[in-house]
Design a protein around this ligand. Sequence first.
Ligand code: ADP
Ligand code: MG
Length: 731
Amino acid sequence: MSSLRFNAVEEAFKKKALAVCAPSKFTSDYYGKYLFNRATMSKYLSKETLKSLKNVIDKGATLDLAIANNVAAGMKLWATELGATHYTHWFQPLTDGTAEKHDSFIDYDGAPGETIIEDFSGKLLAQQEPDASSFPSGGIRSTFEARGYTAWDPSSPAFIMDDTLVIPTIFISYTGESLDLKAPLLKALGAINKAATAVCQMFDPSVKKVVAYLGWEQEYFLIDEGLFATRPDLLLTGRTLLGHESAKNQQLDDHYFGSVPSRVGAYMKDIEFEAYKYGIPAKTRHNEVAPNQFELAPIFGECNLSVDQNLLMMSIMKRIARRHGFRLLLHEKPFAGINGSGKHNNWSLGTDTGVGLFTPGKTAIENLQFVTFLVNTLMAVYKHNALLKASIMTAQNAHRLGANEAPPAIISAFLGTQLTAILDKLENSTSEEAIILDAKKKLHLGIPNIPEVFLDNTDRNRTSAFAFTGNRFEFRAVGSSANCSSAMATLNAAVADQLTQFKAEVDGKIAAGITKEKAIFDVIKKYIKASKAICFDGNGYSDEWKVEAAKRGLDCETSVPKIIEAYTSASSIELFKTTGVLTEVELHARNEVKWETYIKKIQIEARVLGDLVLNHIIPVATRYQSVLLDNIFKTKAVFSAEKAEKISALNMATVEEISEHVSIIKNTVNELVEARKKANVIEHEKDKANAYHDLVLPHFDIIRYHVDKLELIVDDEMWTLPKYRELLFIR
Ligand code: ADP
Ligand code: MG
């Protein structure tokens, strides 16, 4: 009998919800307590320093050392008062996590001696040089010249975690190439600001700045810690490589939005209280579709800030899960057969004059601006659909995309019936008509005040990777464990580039003597036609869509290593170059890292799978076989041969069945090992990654199929690995 599994089940059942108390009745009392935000700055910085720093943050002024010194002094005082003794730069290497290296504030007061002081200078705040040779760089920085620098991002406030002052930074190489995900994001946000502001000024010259917003929705699973510990696959890969689906899983839709289980409820409160201390505006919490799957969503914010908040939130969620006897699973597909986890990225643009550029307006001119941004976004997504898919694709996310659930491995945009009708109408009208309409009705092209109902768009297509949802687009293909930066840098860069091209085309027409309105209309109409292929309101899960999407020329590739190649296509290189987001060298380097990561992930999974099969599955199956054989033997001893054969028929069949499964499993594991050996000697990362995808991965499903069959046959008491029903329904 497998005591480990049953003990874990028993212990898990005994666990009760922790009592969790709010730090204060009013959230506003402690909101942002651990954040060096503007309110705190005004208490700890001189008026002059604060003014200079605001100039740096809001207007992109360069930071001089004198200001940095003053900011550092104020920060140190604030942090020390809150118990911090250390500081760290916090950066986002190409691993999708965050990295930090803590240093204490102490230093000698002069020459090495007895007295120490707490010191934190502007230089230490602004820049550090972590020996970062073991972070992936894709060959940009070889280990013998391992210098990498972190540099302070003043637009994202520093915070305190435990006893440490944490400073958000970018991470670059000695030669200036980005080695992280934040630097390109900041560049893309700069590009969209510039391009969108220029377009806005065609409608309203008073617009000086456009901000990209992000509101993420974090999906996650919680699994009892004891059960988690007895699953080597969960422990080492974050997902179950084996396990027959539970008889009941999500068929009844009884988990989605259902009442939150008490242990989980306590956890949710706890992470929210913690989030508020860091100024993360956690807003929504609910059960998700799959059993033991949940979601947390904050109020949206400025994109760079929101990305940092998400990274911080993921680490808070991980840490606090342990306090409640849970393990947090952020893997995109921890369990086969039920929903995986995503991180919908709600994205929009807004002006410094308070206008949401994807919010339908009240006046004709506002609506023309709205349609301009909408259509340019569609155009950008159409042109770069393969790249956008690459921006969210990983070994983990591949289990979620393209499988029979949201969203498919094809990027398409959903607009809803009303918006589609408006674009159709626009497309089919003549410009002259538009102008006449304009003159007569003071309305452009019969896009009058958009009906109210449109604002809370009731169309809710859950199968689209990129859906318009009333005042924003929702990029749903992003994975739950991802750093949103990759997706956001790509999307913002693509739209920025598109807006610049739009402006140039319109300007060209105006220069040729066409009126501004007509020029804008003409270009919009052209784009509506040109980008049609990306718009799809039907069922994205259907097989017909796959055929149709291929006909439309959309990227339908499903192999991760090949999808990633879109980063270095001619159009992507050009896009990132003109927007200044990433150079060709950086793009190639990043792909090396992506292929390498892909290989390692599959490699680890393959090893774990092999171990599990040889150490857990086959021994148990064989032991059960012996029990059956023993029974058959004894039956023969007691009964007549004829009767014994009759009684033992079922057991004999099971013995045979087990043998068949075991022998297929053994052979496939051997083939898997051979395939890995072959792949491992391939020199180039790209080819190796392709080999891992084409030759290694296919064995996983075969092995799993037969192991899961064994799980149904073998005596439950002997089975060592907690089953899906235990992992998913004990909470
Ligand atoms: P749903 O699950 O219905 O899509 P949620 O309430 O779970 O919606 O999440 C919606 C997310 O979108 C929230 O983070 C919300 O703050 C964000 N959001 C709302 N409006 C905008 C906007 N204009 N721009 C960006 N994000 C937005
Ligand atoms: Mg959503």
